[in-house]
Write a protein of this length. Structure first.
Lengths: 113, 118
């Protein structure tokens, strides 16, 4: 199984400041056949299911604000929130869908400082 | 719009079985696989397995193989996840979620709380 490791476990950022979450996979999730990284990011607020933010490591899903961006390739990935808003307080998970089981990182809690 | 509506909360005793359903609407049922993901209280997300609505083919995480059965009913556009030999550690919220050919999950059900307690 591919192990996904996120860091930090939690972070507190001031409103309007940048938040950065890292995700590392135990093996590459970059496909040589299509040059795509099989990596997604989800946001989860208390009492709600996860919401897809980003897929293919850097493609925002429909309606996701452009302050959210994803980057990275191979085994190292980053989710950035360029200007943190109050509504961005949530848990964030990365997931690899390169192979089954489609494993998730352990999650990163983002709070307001 | 795509909707996944799950069955209601369940309370089961250790050793029992539970079946959670996921009714899909707003799209062609055959277009997306249905995945099952669980989340224990205060814990992260754990992918359990998926079913292809066309073929009925399933893939399970090793941890759940033999104890979890995922099925689909194309006539009612419903997928189900049945877990047997329940333990207290299976207490969690169980989610269904679609995935296309790529594999990421764009649409999620609201979740079903399963509580295993004597």
């Amino acid at each position: 199984d591919i192990v996904m490791t996120q860091s930090p476990v939690s972070l507190a950022v001031s409103l309007g400041e940048r938040a950065t979450i890292n995700c590392k996979s135990s093996q590459s999730v970059l496909s040589s056949s299509n040059n795509k990284n099989y990596l997604a990011w989800y946001q989860q607020k208390p009492g709600h299911p996860p919401k897809l933010l980003i897929y293919w490591a850097s493609t925002r899903d429909y309606g996701v604000p452009d302050r959210f961006s994803g980057s990275g390739s191979g085994t190292d990935f980053t989710l950035s929130i360029s200007s943190l808003q109050a509504e961005d307080v949530a848990l964030y998970y990365c997931q690899q869908y390169y192979s089954t089981p489609k494993t998730f990182g352990q999650g990163t809690k983002v709070e307001i400082k | 719009q795509v909707q996944l509506v799950q069955s209601g909360a369940e309370v089961k005793k250790p050793g029992a079985s539970v079946k959670v359903s996921c009714k899909a609407s707003g799209y062609s049922f055959s277009s997306y696989d249905i995945n099952w993901v669980r989340q224990a209280t205060g814990q992260g997300l754990e992918w359990m397995g998926r079913v292809n609505p066309n073929s009925g083919n399933t893939v399970y995480a090793q941890k759940f193989r033999g104890r979890v059965t995922i099925t689909r009913d194309t006539s009612t556009t419903t997928a189900s996840m049945e877990m047997s030999s329940l333990k207290s550690e299976d207490t969690a919220i169980y989610y269904c979620a679609t995935s296309g050919a790529a594999g990421y999950s764009q649409h999620w059900g609201q979740g079903t709380q399963v509580t295993v307690s004597s």
